[in-house]
Design a protein around this ligand. Structure first.
Ligand SMILES: [Zn+2]
Ligand SMILES: [Zn+2]
Length: 179
């Protein structure tokens, strides 16, 4: 059982929610209007890299020139997970990834290559190949309850502000890992 209650017993923002809040903040810098995603990588509960989906350096942004669509996917922007991995300064074998949207097949594989042991996400996407790969890699993917639509807003850092909202996720326990 994972306890995914956002506020811990000491009235602090619980660690997984703290890091996911950062991922939600990072996603706001994304430049593809179809989907903005943020990714935080931690090792031993410390932030080691972060990224969001945006055009490669010196390339035009989707917001300015439109998306580059193939099979109904925009292929211009490296995904947030790839951006975060490329920001790693060292090798790790115990990473936890916090991603605002469930990784795609390619990013799951890249996260595994980078030493990721588990993945937290908010918004789910159906991808049976990705799920099969996650099972074969034995990487748990854990969906975090998030009280705001499309992960657009942060969980309040102030526990009083949090408790004053009737968002229905004060205590969330679920069977995990969910693969
Ligand atoms: Zn785009
Ligand atoms: Zn991806």
């Amino acid at each position: 059982m994972f306890d995914l209650t956002p506020i811990d017993k000491n009235n602090r923002l619980q660690r997984d929610y703290f890091f996911m809040n950062l991922a939600v903040m990072y996603r706001t810098r994304g430049t593809c209007p179809r989907l903005k995603v943020g990714c935080i990588l931690t090792s031993m509960h410390r932030l080691v890299a972060a990224g969001y989906n945006s055009s490669p350096p010196n390339q035009p942004h989707c917001e300015d020139v439109g998306c580059l669509l193939k099979n109904n996917h925009c292929i211009r922007c490296p995904h947030a997970e790839i951006a975060a991995i490329s920001n790693l300064e060292h090798r790790y074998n115990d990473l936890t990834a916090y991603v605002t949207a469930q990784p795609c097949y390619f990013c799951l594989r890249a996260l595994f290559m980078a030493g990721t042991k588990d993945i937290y996400y908010i918004k789910s996407f159906i991808d049976l190949d990705r799920d099969e790969l996650a099972r074969s890699f034995n990487i748990p993917m854990i969906q975090m309850p998030w009280p705001y639509k499309d992960c657009k807003d942060l969980i309040p850092f102030d526990s009083e502000a949090y408790r004053s909202k009737d968002n229905g996720i004060r205590t969330v326990k679920r069977e995990t890992p969910v693969i």
